[in-house]
Design a protein around this ligand. Structure first.
Ligand code: GLN
Length: 307
């Protein structure tokens, strides 16, 4: 970028300044395998059209968790069309936690949006394919095309969540009852747990952010999905990507973003660059404490809020 700033040095300073904020957060305990994380890890990466800038623990692998919801939503919109998708899931933010069941029995009797667990599980049920492998292949295929490398899943995290994901299982069966989940419930859950356990690192996430920033164009200038689908998903990232912390995040950072409980945040500065953070200690809403403070700081320095 032509701002005259030394990006590598700036990112390095931000990591060291914000790393201690991990003390204010906690590792997630409800997925046993994620308790093993190291809360002191912190990394930040920024991908422009030409260059990747990074500092801290940007090459440590972690599971996508809820960040995966943006890929299944892109695939579902592309393959099934927005109308079919929004017949099963709403488009409104919610002030409830990401794994809440409460709105399924009130309001419209459908999950409020595709970024919370209930909505994402409904979206998974719309991914076409005869088998779970085939359906997973569509989500993984998109990610592989963006990253231009094969992806793998963390088998231990996958099994851990499959064995202990009782709340997600309840959400899925409830969705089936209210006609918001197509097909076999256990197969859909299997797909959801698999997508959550895809392995990435912070540098990958910055590259994915750049993909969103350029409306679905990867490094080779090939549109992988329609600009319309990318715009829809980016809008959900603004309104619901940080769950019930999305409002405050919009004020403090001001960009489309998606968090996951393993500590990653995918950020998009439309038309300009992708930015991503990693820091496993979470606030009470399930968002990375260090990640948010790093993005807040960077947004102040680079003045990249879209608002
Ligand atoms: N796999 C996690 C779950 O379903 C994803 C949630 C998240 O990252 N917020 O609970």
């Amino acid at each position: 970028m032509s701002t005259g700033l030394d990006f590598a040095a700036l990112l390095g300073e931000i990591v060291e300044e914000c790393r201690p904020h991990a003390e204010r957060g906690q590792l997630p305990t409800y997925i046993p395998e994620l308790r093993k994380g190291n809360p002191r890890l912190a990394g930040i990466a920024l991908q422009t059209a030409r260059e990747l800038y990074e500092a801290g623990d940007t090459r440590v692998n972690f599971t996508l968790q809820s960040i995966s919801k943006v890929f299944s939503l892109l695939v579902a919109i592309e393959e099934r069309g927005p109308e079919a998708v929004f017949a099963k899931v709403g488009a409104e933010p919610t002030g409830d936690p990401f794994n809440s069941i409460v709105k399924l029995e009130t309001a419209e009797k459908k999950p409020p949006n595709p970024m919370i667990n209930a909505g994402a599980i409904a979206v998974c049920s719309l991914i076409p394919g005869a088998t779970v492998e085939e359906r997973f292949g569509r989500i993984a295929g998109l990610l592989e095309a963006i990253l231009e490398r094969p992806i793998t899943i963390d088998e231990a995290v996958y099994r851990s969540e499959k064995e202990t994901g009782h709340r997600n299982r309840s959400l899925a069966y409830f969705l089936k009852d209210i006609n918001c989940l197509e097909g076999d419930v256990e197969e859909v859950l299997d797909l959801y747990f698999r997508q959550c356990s895809i392995l990435v690192n912070c540098a990958d996430l910055a590259r994915i952010g750049m993909f969103f920033a350029t409306k679905g164009i990867n490094g080779a200038d090939t549109p992988l999905v329609s600009a319309r689908a990318v715009r829809l998903v980016s809008t959900f990232m603004v309104t619901c990507g940080m769950y019930n912390g999305s409002g405050e995040f919009a004020i403090q950072v001001g960009i489309p973003a998606k968090s996951g409980v393993s500590g990653g945040i995918l950020g998009v500065v439309p038309g300009r660059f992708g930015v991503a953070t990693f820091g496993p200690a979470l606030d009470r809403k399930g968002n990375s404490v260090v990640g948010i403070s790093m993005l807040k700081r960077l947004s102040e320095v680079l003045d990249f809020s879209i608002f």
